[in-house]
Design a protein around this ligand. Structure first.
Ligand code: ADP
Length: 557
């Protein structure tokens, strides 16, 4: 696979995968927004339902209190004041009572002589109202809201209780006046929300036709509010907190685990008509909203993993395909280069053998030289076949080493003597520095010979121009070190590791001129390592190539 094709294929994998990932993220974002808005809408519904129920309860309290006022027996002013006072004492929802007369102002409690601080405060609080400086009729507000079925029964019970409480009339055993009846219809009645001392108060009144008196009541807000809290769910959903906020935005009551601060943003709020400026608010417990930014985070993480998995898997497949292609190409080129290498010595052998066979050469010197060529070429064939055999055995892990005592010095001398003619024919001089003798190792003789022959072959093939082949043997830290160096062109630094890979050949004009399969060094290194030693490239000081073979003295290191 060419580099361009590889990049194109990878891009074809990368672009759709990224587009897929982006598309998934876009959909996730949309889904998160949709979830957030539906959570908001649901929170809005819940807050409205709670506010509606509270509103209904307040309305029933108001109705109940007015109903009691309506049914109070009418009598003299003092008598009615006594009844109202009695009512106030007996009903926790009643904070103050009053009688007001058109044209006269407040008749009871006596504005000049309040009987308690509470009464004095009451008179002061509603001074403007009692002096008719503000209208008695408050803004309309009651509204009924349906509640969710789960809460309905509880809330209805509490509401009934509240209504009963509001209607709770004073004890009237000694009442002498005639009880009020429907025969005397009211002309006015009403409720007025009143803001004083930074808080909300509720005041209601009743007035009969033809009577200038207004009797009224101020609601005990704390008693009322505390009885409204049952409208909140006892156990709110884990993700939400519900709160009743007063007119100043402060939390009067809350259910849920969120610590509400002035900066907390509610998901939804609903106003309570019966308690002006009071609101029911629903908060998300986590800072990232009711649906959770965690949804998007988790989704993005999954999409990321998915994209990376596709890219990784795809890249792995591409890499594998590339490897397979390279392998296939290497095998084909291996077969063709080995066949080519086999063909040359075979042709030479056949040519010289035919000449000798036809007895056309009579000169004994020539005959001897031709025979030597045949011997050398057949030796070359043997080396080549040995390499191929070693390669396949090493590849399949079948290469066995037969260890015996080998004198490395004698082995090197013997090999070099055999190769001397070839070396000299290539125009090279051989320099031996094999002083230590015997250099005994416990090793495989054939493998050692194969390694050294491959290195000498390479020097003859690629470094003949350097004119010198140096072979040294010396001891080094429990090993014998065989150094084979030349003064040829050397190996470019980028290829110094790769030349030991199978089929790797340096791409130069010199290599192009020489036959080779790129196996010699790979086999030599594998054999050296199999023997417990190593084969490395060391750049020579004169620019040539230098290979160092270490063989452990006592066999495997
Ligand atoms: P082959 O000789 O069959 O190509 P090798 O594995 O023996 O395979 O060598 C790999 C490559 O290393 C050679 O193609 C050559 O380019 C380079 N090489 C090996 N020995 C030498 C040397 N002594 N001088 C220069 N280049 C060398």
């Amino acid at each position: 696979m060419t580099r361009l094709r590889l990049i194109t294929t990878w891009l074809l994998l990368l672009i759709p995968t990224l587009l897929l990932g982006l598309g998934a993220l876009y959909l996730l974002k949309g889904e998160e927004t949709r979830l957030a808005s539906s959570a908001k809408a649901a929170a809005g519904d819940r807050s409205t339902a709670i506010a509606g129920n509270i509103d209904l309860a307040v309305a029933e309290v108001k109705d109940g209190l007015l109903e009691t006022l309506r049914t109070l027996p009418r009598a003299s002013l003092a008598r009615e004041a006594d009844q109202l006072e009695e009512w106030k004492r007996g009903n926790p929802l009643v904070r103050n009572v009053f009688i007001w007369e058109t044209g006269h102002g407040l008749r009871y409690p006596d504005p000049e002589m309040p009987s308690s601080d509470e009464e004095a405060d009451f008179i002061r609080r509603y001074r403007a109202l009692f002096a008719s400086q503000t209208p008695w009729q408050g803004p309309p507000g009651d509204s009924a809201v349906n509640n969710s079925p789960g809460q309905a029964s509880n809330i209805l019970l509490e509401r009934r209780e509240l209504r009963e409480l509001a209607k709770q009339a004073p004890a009237m055993a000694d009442v002498s006046g005639a009880p009020a009846s429907d025969a005397a219809p009211a002309v006015t009645n009403g409720w007025r929300p009143w803001f004083a001392d930074n808080s909300l108060h509720l005041i209601g009144w009743y007035e009969w036709t033809g009577r200038p008196l207004r009797i009224g009541v101020e609601v005990e807000m704390m008693a009322l509010l505390s009885r409204l809290l049952g409208n909140f769910p006892a156990e709110p959903p884990y993700t939400e907190t519900y709160a009743l906020l007063d007119g100043n935005g402060a939390v009067f009551h809350q259910v849920g685990r969120l610590e509400i601060t002035p900066s907390s943003q509610p998901l939804a709020t609903a106003a309570i008509a019966g308690l002006p400026h009071w609101r029911v608010a629903v908060y998300a417990n986590s800072t990232d909203g009711a649906t959770g930014g965690s949804f998007l985070l988790l989704g993005s993480l999954l999409v990321g993993i998915f994209v990376v998995a596709i890219l990784f898997g795809g890249s792995l497949l591409l890499w594998q395909a590339h490897r397979n292609q390279v392998d296939a190409w290497q095998k084909t080129s291996f077969v063709s280069s080995v066949s080519h290498e086999l063909k040359t010595p075979l042709t030479t052998i056949r040519m010289y053998a035919e000449l000798l066979g036809e007895k056309r050469i009579e000169d004994p010197d020539k005959q001897r030289r031709y025979l030597q060529v045949i011997i050398r070429e057949s030796q070359r064939l043997t080396r080549l076949v040995n390499n191929v055999l070693d390669f396949s055995r090493l590849e399949q892990g079948r290469r066995k080493f037969t260890r015996e005592e080998v004198d490395l010095a004698a082995l090197l001398h013997g090999l070099l003597d055999n190769q001397l003619v070839r070396i000299e024919e290539a125009g090279m001089q051989l320099a031996r520095q094999i002083e230590a003798s015997p250099a005994v190792v416990e090793s495989d003789r054939d493998a050692l010979e194969q390694i050294v022959l491959n290195l000498i072959d390479n020097a003859i093939k690629y470094a003949a121009a350097g004119k010198l082949l140096r072979v040294e043997l010396q001891p080094q830290q429990g090993c014998w070190l065989v150094r084979i160096s030349d003064q040829g062109p050397g190996i470019p630094s980028a290829h110094r590791q790769q030349v030991f890979d199978k089929f790797h050949r340096v791409d130069t004009s010199l290599t192009a001129r020489q036959q080779g399969s790129g196996l010699g060094l790979s086999i030599a290194r594998q054999l050296a390592e199999g023997l417990g030693g190593a084969l490395v490239f060391c750049p020579g000081s004169n620019g040539g190539a230098c290979f160092e073979l270490t063989v452990p003295m006592g066999g495997e290191a």
